[in-house]
Write a protein of this length. Structure first.
Length: 317
């Protein structure tokens, strides 16, 4: 049964096509649900600080987790959920929602924080991270947590999943967009590049008569230069990242991953790109905004002590 069969037809799009069913001739119209909150840049900066405080507090309370890579991606996720994406926390399975897929699944605390702040569940749940019976596991579980699009853990799988979701949207004639967040260390995985090649491969002639170019997917690489075993340039140097993605047929944009204005502009640019997928290479700092955590490899997967939590929260006021 479709969502329209369940009484949500007024929320869903209609599909109209002329006799010419090429991708260029297909017209969509939609009465879209807006994102639950749209923030100004100044308000988004305040929200980014709040998300960082949630991350530090919940990982400290849990006694385990991955703070460094969660903190480095805060502005990326803030821009998406508070300026760009279309979603409805009251209807998490809404068929026309935009999809956010956290491929770097160890950054689950960040996603939990933003889902709580957007109303998918109470912020009170954040203190239960990694505890027995909690819906907030160490890595995301789509079966137990509202707002999660993909269960994650093993790195390298999210872009493949996202390509499938994006292609399904084209075949189902829906206009949702798919956003996949990857780590730069994760880009060591061969599956990432298989997915990148596949995304750029699909062309209008592949799925006649209703066929589409896969330009509804955006990959974002959190390029903080570190991974669990050391600096990415020492473990497996993937630079220059943007040029590699371009060679695979993607439109590539490079930004400061902590500049909300640049990020929003990049996502808006991506929405205007036709005929190919887009990647945003976001230069970031691991452990961003906490002085003793910035560029500190120890905090890739180590929880803060109670004293460190207090120090971090003081800096994040």
């Amino acid at each position: 049964m479709t969502l329209s069969d369940q009484g949500e037809s007024k929320e869903n799009k209609t599909f109209e096509a002329s006799a010419d069913t090429s991708a260029e001739a297909v017209a969509f119209s939609v009465r879209a649900k807006p994102s639950s909150r749209h923030l100004s840049i100044d308000e988004a900066k305040v929200m980014a600080g709040k998300l960082r405080r949630h991350i530090v507090s919940m990982i400290g309370e849990a006694g385990s987790g991955h703070p460094g890579g969660s903190l480095s991606s805060v502005e990326i996720v803030t821009a998406l959920y508070f300026s760009i994406m279309r979603y409805d926390p009251a209807s998490p399975s809404w068929a026309d929602r935009d999809r956010f897929i956290l491929s770097k699944g160890h950054a689950a605390p960040l996603l939990y924080a933003v889902l709580a702040e957007t109303g998918y569940f109470s912020t009170d749940e954040l203190s239960t991270l990694r505890k027995l019976g909690s819906c907030l596991q160490g890595h995301c579980d789509m079966r137990s947590t509202s707002g999660i699009e993909m269960s994650s853990g093993s790195l390298g799988q999210g872009l493949s999943f996202g390509v499938g979701v994006a292609l399904a949207g084209r075949l189902d004639r829906r206009d949702y967009r798919v956003y996949v967040l990857l780590g730069d260390g994760e880009c060591d995985e061969g599956q990432v590049w298989e997915a990148a090649m596949a995304a750029a491969h699909f062309r209008p002639e592949d799925y006649k008569p209703h066929s589409f170019k896969l330009d509804n997917i955006v990959a974002i690489v959190d390029h903080n230069g570190q991974q669990i075993d050391g600096l990415t340039r020492d473990v497996m140097n993937t630079d220059p990242l943007a040029e590699k993605w371009r060679a695979f047929g993607w439109h590539a944009i490079e930004v400061d991953g902590h500049d909300l204005s640049q990020l929003i502009a990049a996502f808006e640019e991506a929405s205007r790109v036709k005929g190919k997928p887009t990647v945003i290479v976001a230069r970031t700092v691991k452990g961003k905004a906490v002085s003793f955590m910035e560029n500190n490899l120890d905090f890739h997967g180590k929880a803060l002590t109670p004293d460190e939590v207090n120090r971090a929260l003081e800096e994040l006021r």
